[in-house]
Structure formats: structure tokens, C-alpha cells
Design a protein around this ligand. Structure first.
Ligand SMILES: CC(C)(COP(=O)(O)OP(=O)(O)OC[C@H]1O[C@@H](n2cnc3c(N)ncnc32)[C@H](O)[C@@H]1OP(=O)(O)O)[C@@H](O)C(=O)NCCC(=O)NCCSC(=O)CCS(=O)O
Length: 389
């Protein structure tokens, strides 16, 4: 076991850190105030720099590196903000991974190069008004009609809705009940019958548009089949990587909170000395550091071990442990960050309150912390728990 990053991994991490810190803080602030996504031109710059293709295959324009390398990059972007990191998140751990793992060669050749170049984003469309945690209750369905599927239904909470070009849409592709009837189609936002609901107003995540998507008799070409009915397990195993990315977004926010708290407490004085001299502050900083370090190791373990797995994806156990721990960690660490900064921590001009609002979301998105705990327990006993009986 080696806890050091390789020279190449360190170089990549440094490149991401330098780029993110030089180019993104002002944009992140503007996105927070104006609530707009990363401009297309900047997404293309991410692509030109190679940040959107870290773990995508070289034959499709990626760098062909591993998931650990991808998460190292994502963490650096997330230290600036979750919103500026979002295109990196979508490209490196998002639903394009399902296409890369399980899609047809034609679909891979058509979609992956656009993603790696920053020309198009692929979002995931899973949840529905009546199917959130109980995702397998989803009712959006498609039936084959000649060379097309006819897709109908409503999706909820789609991050990137309206802004992303493509949507890996979980839907019923057969009459089999529960998970067994579920597959996925790739929907293009330009297809007639696709429309988007109003932009949701959330506690955080400004700059990450979220909305309903309505599919009304949408004709989806047969070649846009991503996975057929009966592939729910494959969809979820690829989603395990997205859960690691969710954890890395949490980690980036928490690591930035720690960095800011460390600097602030050495500058800010009270009673004639820097507040870091007070033991009450020291204990909080130490607690923050322990939490961040532990989350980082769990995330890196899940990503590094994926390279040894037959399907090249993280295990349910390790991805759920990493996600759940990181989601709870970021809530604790950002709350401590607000506390040590006092009024400045609570003030909108200083960034810490944004970290707290953004950080909280990750334990809801991508499967709640509670569902991760059921996954962890299921992996420990070696069987899934039936939540319906
Ligand atoms: C999976 C759950 C929805 C539970 O549903 P069920 O109880 O109906 O399903 P299970 O019997 O547990 O599983 C069915 C089938 O799938 C396999 N499976 C389940 N989870 C995984 C996994 N993590 N990795 C790999 N395979 C998995 C399981 O082994 C079964 O396979 P077999 O039939 O035995 O072969 C629930 O656990 C769950 O995950 N709920 C959370 C849903 C979620 O994460 N939603 C994400 C929202 S994303 C977002 O927030 C914004 C974007 S958006 O929603 O569009």
C-alpha cells in the first residue's frame, strides 16, 4: 500500500490547482451572484486543457487515465466552487460513463469526443415527482415504434436541465416490474416534445440549473438506446462512480473551508492575539483536518480499487462509504468553518456560508446518506434489503 501520489498524478493535480486558482475564483463569484452556469467558452477551455477527458478513452479524445486521477482534478475545481466544478463532474464521473461502459460503439464515437472537448454536456435524468429515493418506482416509459422509441414522462431535479445538450434518461423499456423493466435512452434537448420546467430555487447550487423535464411523445432514434430493459444494475454500478464524484465535490468544498479557516484564524486577532492561539479554535481546526483527511482517503480508496475491478468501476460498498462519510463530513466541516469565522463566516461576502449551503446538498443528491447506509449494510450482509415489504 502506497499513500503517495505518483509524479504524474501530482503533476495533474498541480495543473488543475494552478488553472482553477488562476482562472476561476472571479467567475465562481459572478456565477454565485448571477446564478448562471459555466459559460460555454470556458467549458471548451476546460476541454482544451484536458480536464474533461481525464479518465475517458484516448480513442475518443480523452487522456485515458484512471478514476483516481479524475477525482484529483475534480477536487481542485470543487475547492473554488461546486458550480465551476460541475462541467468537470459531469464529464469525468457523470452519465457519459454509462455510455462509455455499456453503450454501442457508434454511440460512444458520437458522444464521448463532444464531451471530452467541452462541446456538449451529458446530464442524468433519473428522479421523478413520485420516484426519488425509491427510484425503481419510476414511470417514464418508452415503446418501440419502428426505428424510434416513443418516450413519455416527467423527470424531476435534473441538474443541468435545459443547459445540457444530452440526457441519459432512465425509463421503462419493458413491462417487467420494478428494477427489471428499467433501461436508458439518450435524449437530445433539441428533440421535438422535450420541454423544461421552471428553474428551481434551491438553498445552494447557484450556477447549477435544476428543473423538471417533460417528455411528450418524444421520438428517440433506436440508435440512442444506451442500455436495454434489465440493465438497472449496470446503470447503478456506473452511478457508483458518480457517487464518488459527489464525494469529491464534498471533499473540495470542505478542503477549501479548512484552508480558509486556517488562514483566517492566523490573521484574525481577539484579546490582542491571533485567534488560532486559543485552544477552542485549535480543537476545531484539528477536527476539520481529521474529517477532511479521512474522507479523502476513503474517496481515493474507492477510486483506486476500481482499477482492479472487472467492470472498472468502484464497488457499491466503497463508493457508498466514501459518499456517505464525505457528505456528512462537509456539513460538519463547513459548520465549524462558519463558527470559527464568526460574523464573517455568516456573511455572504466571505464565501464560507456558500460552502455550507452548497456542501449540504451532496448528502441529498445522488442518493441520500441514509440510502448509502442501507447499501453499506446490504454489502456487509451480502444481500439487498427489500424496502417494500
Ligand atoms: C436502488 C434503489 C432505488 C433501491 O431500489 P429497489 O429496492 O427497488 O432495488 P434493489 O432491489 O435494491 O436493486 C435492484 C437491482 O439493482 C442493483 N443495485 C441497486 N443499487 C445498486 C448499486 N448502487 N450498484 C450496483 N447495483 C445496484 C441491485 O443489486 C439489484 O440487482 P439484481 O436485481 O439483484 O441483479 C435505492 O437503493 C437507491 O439507490 N436509491 C437512490 C436513488 C438515487 O441515487 N437517485 C439519484 C438521484 S440523482 C440526483 O439527485 C439528481 C439527478 S436526477 O435524479 O435526475
Amino acid at each position: 500500500m502506497d499513500f503517495q501520489l505518483s509524479e504524474r498524478q501530482r503533476e495533474l493535480q498541480d495543473a488543475a490547482r494552478r488553472f482553477a486558482r488562476a482562472e476561476l475564483p472571479t467567475l465562481a463569484r459572478e456565477m454565485e451572484i448571477g446564478d448562471f452556469p459555466v459559460p460555454a467558452e470556458m467549458v471548451r477551455t476546460y476541454g482544451e486543457m484536458g480536464f474533461l477527458g481525464v479518465n475517458l478513452p484516448e480513442q475518443y479524445g480523452g487522456l485515458g487515465l484512471g478514476h483516481l486521477e479524475a477525482l484529483l482534478v475534480l477536487e481542485q475545481f470543487a475547492m473554488i466552487s461546486n458550480a465551476v466544478a460541475f462541467p468537470v463532474f459531469e464529464a469525468l464521473v457523470g452519465p457519459v460513463r454509462v455510455i462509455e461502459r455499456f453503450g454501442s460503439d457508434a454511440l460512444k464515437a458520437r458522444i464521448i469526443p463532444q464531451v471530452a472537448a467541452g462541446e456538449a454536456t451529458v446530464a442524468v435524468s433519473m428522479s421523478e415527482p413520485d420516484a426519488g429515493t425509491a427510484l425503481t418506482d419510476l414511470t417514464t416509459s418508452a415503446r418501440l415504434d419502428g426505428d424510434h422509441y416513443i418516450l413519455d414522462g416527467t423527470k424531476r431535479w435534473t441538474s443541468g436541465a435545459g443547459h445540457s445538450r444530452y440526457y441519459v434518461t432512465y425509463c421503462r423499456l419493458s413491462d417487467a416490474p420494478g428494477a427489471k423493466g428499467i433501461g436508458a435512452l439518450l435524449v437530445d434537448r433539441e428533440m421535438p416534445g422535450v420541454s423544461f420546467g421552471k428553474r428551481e430555487e434551491l438553498m445552494g447550487f447557484r450556477g447549477i440549473p435544476t428543473a423538471d423535464i417533460v417528455f411528450d411523445n418524444v421520438r428517440v432514434p433506436r440508435e440512442n438506446l444506451v442500455v436495454p430493459a434489465g440493465s438497472f444494475g449496470q446503470l447503478m454500478s456506473a452511478f457508483g462512480l458518480e457517487r464518488c464524484g459527489n464525494a469529491a465535490q464534498s471533499l473540495g468544498v470542505a478542503a477549501a473551508a479548512l484552508e480558509q479557516a486556517l488562514a483566517y484564524t492566523q490573521e484574525r486577532e481577539a484579546f490582542g492575539k491571533a485567534i488560532v492561539e486559543f485552544q477552542a479554535v485549535q480543537l476545531k481546526l484539528a477536527e476539520m483536518a481529521m474529517q477532511v483527511e479521512a474522507a479523502r482517503l476513503l474517496i481515493y480508496r474507492a477510486a483506486a480499487n476500481a482499477a482492479q475491478a472487472d467492470n472498472g468501476l468502484p464497488s457499491v460498498y466503497e463508493s457508498s462509504v466514501a459518499k456517505c462519510f464525505a457528505n456528512e463530513m462537509v456539513r460538519t466541516v463547513t459548520a465549524l468553518g462558519v463558527q470559527v469565522m464568526g460574523g464573517y463566516g455568516y456573511h455572504k461576502d466571505y464565501g464560507m456560508e456558500q460552502r455550507m449551503r452548497d456542501g449540504f446538498a451532496w448528502g441529498i443528491a445522488g442518493g441520500t446518506t441514509d440510502i448509502q447506509k442501507t447499501n453499506i449494510a446490504a454489502a456487509m450482509v451480502g444481500r439487498r434489503f427489500d424496502q417494500r415489504r
